[in-house]
Ligand binder design. Structure first.
Ligand code: ATP
Ligand code: MG
Length: 250
């Protein structure tokens, strides 16, 4: 049996607000093993971000156990790059906050930026970069504190479709090379199938796990873009599409 990096057992989450209670999560159990890429898909508002907030320790669940083996990096939906800081200094925020040795941190971050095609942009400001480059910079910023588990909340949703296809490949490459374990929240079923080892399909709020798909590839080790051409791709898509509780929403 593989070693899990993340394990949620029978988590529940109810928010107390002045307007009353909101039951966001009814019951979620989720295990992610070392080196795995797992996607979470589900209707809007069903509790996906809440799960990442619980995993990162930002929120304490109302019930259930949370086990995380290793250091968590969290990349939010928006890239949150600070416009007044250069790309290099944006990527150094994590080590700065953690009061790390800044010389070593700077060397590491510069190495990552160069390795992933941003070497010429160390001293540029975020608005001088394209959407895809900003996304890469945000990812490197998350990697700067050397996490071994990455939580990505809709990481590609701000990008147009064409850019997204290539950025997904780039990010996937970076994550594989850095031996990451990743949990990715996405609205996009095709994206989830293209880049995941497993997919958790959630119900409408309050969330329960409707199904877990293990994605088999005809050819192993291909990039997400190549995986889209896999003959099984359409079959998974149709199954998950039918299963998502989004059809009678509008
Ligand atoms: N801090 C909070 N206080 C009160 N209610 C909250 C809080 N955070 C989330 N909720 C509620 O919990 C439910 C789940 O929210 P969450 O953000 O996890 O959904 P989501 O699946 O990420 O949605 P989306 O796909 O639109 O990003 C929603 O009804 C939301 O209003
Ligand atoms: Mg969300």
């Amino acid at each position: 049996m593989n070693k899990y990096k993340v394990s949620l057992q029978d988590i529940a989450m109810t928010f107390q607000t002045p307007e009353g209670e909101t039951e966001a999560i009814k019951s979620i159990s989720l295990d992610v093993y070392e080196g795995e890429f797992v996607s979470i898909v589900g209707p809007s508002g069903c509790g996906k971000s809440t799960i990442l907030n619980i995993l990162s320790g930002l929120l304490k669940p109302t019930r259930g156990s949370v086990k995380v083996q290793g250091k968590v990096g969290y990349m939010f939906q928006k890239d949150h790059l600070f416009e007044w800081r250069t790309i290099l200094r944006n990527c150094l925020i994590g080590p700065e906050i953690q009061k790390q040795d800044m010389k070593a941190a700077r060397e590491y971050v510069e190495k990552l930026l160069r390795k992933y095609g941003l070497g010429e942009f160390l001293h540029h400001y975020p608005h001088q970069l394209s959407g895809g480059m900003r996304q890469r910079a945000a990812l490197i910023r998350t990697l700067a504190v050397s996490p071994d588990i990455l939580l990505l909340d809709e990481p590609f949703s701000a990008l147009d479709y064409q850019t997204r296809l290539t950025v997904v490949d780039e990010v996937w490459n970076i994550l594989r090379q850095e031996n990451m374990t990743a949990i990715i929240v996405t609205h996009d079923i095709a994206e989830a199938i293209s880049l995941s080892d497993r997919i958790y399909v959630l119900s409408r709020r309050p969330a329960v796990v409707k199904n877990i798909y293990t994605i088999e590839r005809t050819v192993a080790g291909q990039t997400p873009l190549q995986n889209r051409k896999d003959e099984r791709f359409r079959i998974y898509f149709d199954q998950i599409w039918k299963e998502l509780d989004i059809h009678d929403e509008i």
